[in-house]
Design a protein. Structure first.
Length: 386
């Protein structure tokens, strides 16, 4: 079984070739997603476009009006529609989209956010660029027309730039006010590492965006946003098996299998593990801020009870950090094979969830964190020839 243990057949040239083939296949899948989005099936992006329409029409509070959004979104021919639940600062991003026809707005949003995410990923791992452009987690976020590419870019920038440009890294985290549950570990991450410049920059950008949205969109929009909390709460409180299977958290899968009490216990345990990793990562990866970032981003997949597979493009950073470490210091037994499986995990877990009745992404997230953690303190070894 040495071919699995060492996986020497996964050479750099072959991996690059496989990645480019996967990227080409992903384009075909993305075209299919676009065609579905334009049909009666609809797409999550309808919520962003509908909110943008309300904003450019001069009534940003209507972005949170369910009746208005149903009317605007179904006018595209979609039989379904989606509530807009993002905080008001996100209206700055979606308002320009509301000025465009829906089919064009989808393309602008997906291409624009993918380009930003790819730029962040390639800047972080320039030698691994084929693995960046082919990453399945990015394909999923693009197909949904969701926020994962934008939020993923912000998290990757923070992990990559914290040591060199702390204020920029903090600002990237502050911009995650558009989806704050993805930044829940950031205060711990910065404080535990005494990254006070990043900490203050994150707070300043968060407060600045909230204040600017208040000044721009008005108090009524902020009040209207609070009404969306009820819709979000109903989603988390619901017991629809299809909805829980789509989620990528230990909370959701434990709740699906064992009920509310088991779900809360599992979710709490998952969050405790994530916070502990963020606190201890600076000691574990002393002198290696990118290693700290890899650990924190891997732990971020475990921190929140509310996470979907389209939120996962940020996992590119810990995954490729492990690849880079393996290439520089040698791959350990079965590590190449494991990284190959984790690379495809954002796609495979969703595809398997309904046939087998459980979403395996929480297990993949725990495995990813464990692999990153096991690399802590390893600063020497035989360079890999792969």
């Amino acid at each position: 079984m040495d071919w699995l243990r060492r996986a020497d057949w996964l050479t750099r040239e072959r991996v690059r070739g496989y990645a480019l083939l996967l990227a080409l296949a992903s384009l075909a899948l993305l075209v299919n997603s676009y065609l579905k989005a334009m049909g009666p099936e609809g797409t999550d992006f309808l919520a962003f476009w509908g909110a943008g329409k309300a904003t450019v029409a001069g009534d940003p509070a209507a972005a949170y009006d369910l009746a208005v959004q149903q009317r605007v979104q179904t006018a595209t021919g979609s039989e379904g529609w989606f509530a807009f639940v993002n905080p008001p600062p996100f209206l700055f991003a979606v308002a320009p989209l509301g000025a465009l026809p829906f089919p064009i707005a989808w393309i602008v949003w997906v291409v624009g956010t993918w380009a930003l995410w790819a730029w962040a990923g390639i800047r972080a791992f320039p030698r691994l660029w084929p693995l960046v452009i082919a990453y399945p987690g990015a394909l999923i976020a693009a197909g949904h027309g969701q926020t994962g590419l934008l939020t993923g870019a912000l998290l990757i920038v923070a992990a990559d730039r914290l040591d060199r440009r702390a204020a920029a890294a903090g600002a990237a985290i502050g911009a995650l006010v558009i989806k704050p549950h993805l930044a829940v570990l950031a205060p711990v991450w910065f404080a535990a590492g005494k990254r006070w410049r990043a900490f203050l920059a994150a707070g300043a950008v968060t407060l600045g965006l909230l204040a600017l949205s208040w000044l721009t969109f008005g108090r009524a929009t902020l009040i209207a946003y609070t009404s969306s909390w009820h819709a979000s709460g109903l989603l988390l409180e619901g017991t629809n098996p299809d909805f829980l299977l789509r989620m990528s958290t230990l909370f959701s899968q434990a709740r699906l299998l064992g009920g509310e009490g088991v779900g809360l216990a599992a979710g709490t345990l998952s969050a405790v593990v994530a916070v502990a990793a963020a606190v201890l990562a600076h000691r574990r990866f002393a002198g290696d801020p990118r290693g700290v970032g890899a650990a924190v981003l891997a732990a971020s997949a475990l921190a929140s009870p509310y996470l979907f597979n389209y939120d996962l493009p940020f996992l590119l950073f810990p995954t490729l950090w492990l690849v880079a470490e393996g290439r520089a210091r040698g791959f350990r037994p079965y590590e190449k094979l494991g990284l190959g499986l984790l690379y495809f995990a954002p796609y495979a877990t969703r595809a398997l969830a309904f046939p087998i009745g459980i979403n395996l992404m929480p297990l993949a997230g725990l495995t990813l964190l464990a692999l990153v953690w096991s690399r802590g303190g390893v600063r020497a070894g035989t360079p890999s020839v792969s």
